[in-house]
Design a protein around this ligand. Structure first.
Ligand SMILES: C[S@@+](CC[C@H](N)C(=O)[O-])C[C@H]1O[C@@H](n2cnc3c(N)ncnc32)[C@H](O)[C@@H]1O
Length: 345
């Protein structure tokens, strides 16, 4: 049995608030409406407390009645679910502090990718995966990063921890949609804000060259431009890019090109170089693509901007319009972006 305060429904919210503020509300049960009355569950009260409440509540309303109600009558309030980070902190605090399990994870469509070290045994990894499946909303598959990003295609190995083995998913950001295969192409949802920043800079008469386009998130973010050349060497990325062009109805603007960018002959006034680890090797090609007074969005890895600035200053007459840290890369390094106005070469 649960003790409830039975009050006129019109006074219900006022009394509920009062009981909540005084820690008298029993949060394990829901409130129940019946006819013109509201039954508000209370924590266990002895007769003295009941008398005190009565006096207090009588100052707010004239009549209050305490009734005992069968607890099945009051629907049990849903226990507030712990979130996944809370679960990790509660059960794996030491491993989190030692860097074996990361609190951050990537959600790409209905797929989540966790960061759990090989040092955590397989049984435990799968247990964490199953919990992620329960606690992270709208998720169908849980993977963990099994390797770093590697190779020319900049992809990583994944290990399925829970849910279905499916790596293709639909991702939404900044008002556009993208098919992404988390196993076959590079994709980072952590660049969503950066893509928005570029999106806001694009002008209607821009010709964009996205030198390392992947499935096309930057190219599609530039959809207000006049023309976009989207280049990548990974056939899976270009296949998905083609689907993404259709999905976002950009057939008239984006030209997909499956080639090594060094073999592509195009020109543009806005060049995107999103290959942070190796972009420095492609600066000459970018300078060959960019028109005078065009802009290069140069992504690189470093602890500061100095090397990148020196590299460009040594090769052309340019001005750094903007520079910012995009995300962390390793404990002491960041992914950096510089917007470089190339006046002439
Ligand atoms: C870091 S990913 C970026 C992908 C995409 N811009 C994004 O934000 O999701 C770099 C991409 O460059 C492609 N790539 C690497 N070397 C290339 C080259 N020489 N020519 C064209 N694309 C290349 C890889 O296949 C990969 O898809």
């Amino acid at each position: 049995m649960v003790i409830c305060c039975k009050v006129d429904i019109k006074e219900g919210e006022k009394i509920r608030r009062f009981l909540l503020d005084n820690n008298l509300l029993n949060k394990n049960y829901s409130l129940k409406k019946e006819d013109d009355y509201l039954y508000i569950p209370l924590i266990n009260l002895n007769e003295d407390i009941k008398k005190d409440i009565n006096e207090l509540i009588n100052k707010i309303i004239n009549k209050i009645e305490f009734v005992e109600v069968n607890d099945e009558y009051l629907k049990k309030a849903k226990k507030r679910q712990m979130n996944f980070r809370g679960y990790l902190l509660k059960n794996f605090k030491k491993e989190v502090e030692e860097g074996l399990i990361a609190l951050s994870y990537d959600v790409i469509g209905d797929i989540v990718i966790l960061q759990i070290s090989d040092e955590i045994n397989e049984e435990m990894r799968k247990k964490i995966g199953k919990t992620a499946l329960k606690l992270i909303p709208s998720i169908k598959s849980v993977f963990r990063r099994k390797s770093n990003i590697k190779g020319e295609f900049r992809i990583r190995e994944l290990e399925l921890l829970a849910g279905e083995y499916r790596t293709l998913t639909l991702y939404k950001e900044n008002g556009y949609k993208l098919w992404v295969d988390v196993e076959k192409v590079y994709f980072s949802p952590r660049l969503g804000w950066e893509r928005k920043r570029i999106m806001e800079k694009v002008k209607f008469d821009d010709v964009v060259v996205d030198m390392f386009c992947g499935v096309g998130p930057f190219s599609i973010a530039c959809k207000n431009a006049k023309k976009i050349y989207a280049i990548d060497i990974n056939p899976n990325a270009i296949e998905l890019l083609k689907k993404n062009i259709e999905l976002n109805r950009l057939q008239n603007k984006i030209t997909p090109i499956l080639k090594d960018v060094r073999m592509v002959d195009v020109k543009g006034n806005r060049v995107i170089m999103n290959l942070p680890k190796y972009a420095h090797l492609f600066v000459d090609k970018a300078l060959n693509i960019v028109e005078d007074n065009g802009i290069i969005h140069y992504y690189t890895i470093g602890k500061d901007f100095n090397d990148a600035i020196e590299l460009f200053k040594s090769k052309c007459n340019c001005e750094i319009l903007e520079k910012r840290v995009v995300k962390s890369y390793s404990p002491r390094e960041y992914v950096l972006v510089l917007d470089i106005l190339v006046k002439n070469i």
